[in-house]
Design a protein around this ligand. Structure first.
Ligand code: URP
Ligand code: ZN
Ligand code: ZN
Length: 536
């Protein structure tokens, strides 16, 4: 997607060397980065980087699109209105005529530098951020994995990983075991560390998977803290059975992955999680909805008034499982993720659900492994690390497949890629909007330009890309992260360590009124019934 760029600045290249060494198996060339401030020839940035006036574009928020200028100072949007005069000298003026000026994407679901299935995801908080910013995403929420069940140790480890962050990020936290200490730590995470969501894996038996008992305790605790419970919904016990069934049939290749965990197992777990959340009366967020089966359960619950949020991911919206049958293991294995990418038909149905509001926002589940890591499972699909890329591709693919085809409006594009995420995780309108006072996380998209995706031009450290060769229309030409131009003319202008941690407060809008429905429930019980002593 990126166009070739001039020579990188030495400073950033030096910074990148150890990172590139880790990705030794890569075949694509090192990418070009400018130093902060754009000191190398051809590097963008402009002015002092703190005052920018974007003129003549169509400013799109989730609630409306308007012809307006945007003035940014010190990382914050100061004014949004037509015909803002240029004023002072040290203002960089960007001409956005014929282009869309939109909030930067917020990806609700990523796994950077995550230890998983005996290895570590290849993109960390620097290369992942490079990929994100080149693709128009200016914030993401990553999943902290506890260390031996300990949340504090998990958070410490992720703080360390995120020290090289080049854009804003927040954290969800996984819950992998249960005891009083975990319950206490959840409270500390919410009240002191700005984490307002916890994920429960109903799959990955023997590692991350939780029991229904734990899920119930967790849902109850989440409710009391005003934190959103998230689920990876697959029946992990049945998946283990399905995997053994495939091995017994002699099916050891990547196709065995899809065959061992069919949509019915995703539908079952989604239904179970929804019912348990209803029993507790707390909101539920279902991550990576990959099948019609799961989506139907969410639609049914919503029809009945339950507070359920469904998150499809880009891979589930636009790919199908035929790749898993590719005779080349390197190609087939790169599509292995869980729940699996489904057979043709599911993606289109998920797109329709997204456009009609049954599903609310799009993530990526960016969880990249290179071909060497994927080859750990060359004799046994159960050992192929699960995960695909998407952080760099999400904004372009959703624009091309849904806006360009007329399935959603430009305002809905902003809603599903940015605003909805900011609202759900309670950071709107600081994020997810171009309004006075919002963080200046902004993209400028040219609807007339086209893109081609692939491992030779992407910024992820992986040597493969599940969207290899994909072409489309709509190009993010400029990305502004907190008031600084970080992507322009195919060049990244990154500052490792400049990314800020975004605290996310509890009791977002989705909790409003829960206490009223609890009171109505209690009043409806007509119990305890006052009775005389039996036999008296
Ligand atoms: O295959 C996937 N989805 N890998 C990342 C871990 C998860 O389940 O989200
Ligand atoms: Zn998951
Ligand atoms: Zn995930």
């Amino acid at each position: 997607m990126a166009t070739p760029a001039p020579a990188p600045s030495l400073r950033l290249l030096l910074l990148l060397l150890p990172l590139l060494a880790v990705a030794g198996a890569l075949s694509h060339p090192a990418h070009e980065f400018c130093a902060v401030g754009g000191d190398a020839a051809g590097c963008g940035g402009g002015g002092d980087g703190t005052r920018i006036l974007i003129k003549g574009g169509t400013v799109v928020n989730a609630h409306r699109a308007e012809e307006a200028d945007v003035y940014i100072e010190d990382g914050v949007v100061v004014a949004v209105r037509p015909n803002i005069p240029v004023g002072a000298d040290n203002v960089r003026v960007i001409d956005a005529t014929g282009k869309y000026v939109m909030p930067g994407g917020i990806d609700p679901h990523t796994h950077l530098e995550m230890e998983f299935m005996g290895t570590v995801t290849i993109d960390d908080f620097f290369s992942g951020h490079a990929a994100a910013l080149a693709g128009g995403t200016t914030m993401h929420i990553d999943f902290v994995i506890p260390v031996n069940g300990n949340l504090t140790a998990g958070l410490e480890s992720y703080k360390h990983k995120a020290a090289k962050a080049a854009m804003d990020y927040g954290f969800h936290m996984a819950i992998t075991k249960w005891n009083d200490e975990v319950a206490r730590e959840m409270e500390v995470m919410v009240k002191e560390h700005g984490i307002n969501s916890f994920k429960f894996f109903m799959a990955y038996k023997g590692s991350l998977m939780v029991t229904d008992d734990l899920l119930l305790q967790g849902l109850q605790k989440c409710k009391s803290l005003g934190a959103l419970a998230m689920v990876h919904a697959e029946n992990g016990d049945a998946v283990a059975e399905g995997q053994q069934r495939m091995i017994d049939l002699g099916i050891t290749g990547p196709e065995g992955h899809a065959l061992s965990r069919p949509p019915i197992l995703e539908g079952e777990a989604t239904a179970r999680a929804i019912r348990l959340a209803k029993f507790i009366n707390t909101p539920l967020y279902v991550v990576h909805v990959m099948s019609i089966d799961a989506m139907d359960e969410i639609a049914k619950a919503k029809r009945e008034g339950q507070r359920v949020i469904g998150e499809p991911v880009v891979s589930g919206l636009v790919l199908d499982d035929s790749w898993l049958w590719d005779p080349d293991f390197t190609i087939a294995s790169k599509y292995v993720m869980s729940p699996p990418i489904r057979e043709a038909g599911h993606g289109k149905a998920l797109q329709a659900a997204l456009s009609s509001g049954i599903l609310q926002l799009v993530g990526t589940d960016h969880c990249t492994f290179n071909s060497t890591q994927k080859a750990f499972g060359s004799d046994d699909f159960r050992k192929i690390p699960n995960g695909v890329n998407g952080l760099e591709e999400r904004m372009h693919i959703i624009w091309d497949s849904m806006v360009e085809t007329g399935k959603i409006s430009v305002t809905d594009y902003v809603r599903v890629t940015s605003t909805e995420c900011a609202k759900i995780f309670n950071i709107f309108p600081r994020k997810g909007a171009i309004l006075e006072g919002s963080d200046a996380d902004i993209i400028i998209l040219n609807p007339e330009r086209s893109f081609v995706m692939g491992a030779h031009t992407h910024h992820s450290r992986s040597n493969t890309n599940v969207y290899e060769g994909r072409k489309g229309k709509g190009m993010v030409e400029i990305t502004i992260s907190r008031g600084r131009v970080v992507w322009e003319d195919g060049i990244l202008n990154l500052a490792p360590g400049s990314g800020r941690y975004v605290m996310m407060p509890p009791f977002g809008y989705i909790f409003d009124g829960i206490e009223k429905s609890d009171a109505i429930y209690r009043a409806s019980l007509r119990a305890p019934v006052q009775r005389g002593k039996a036999g008296a």
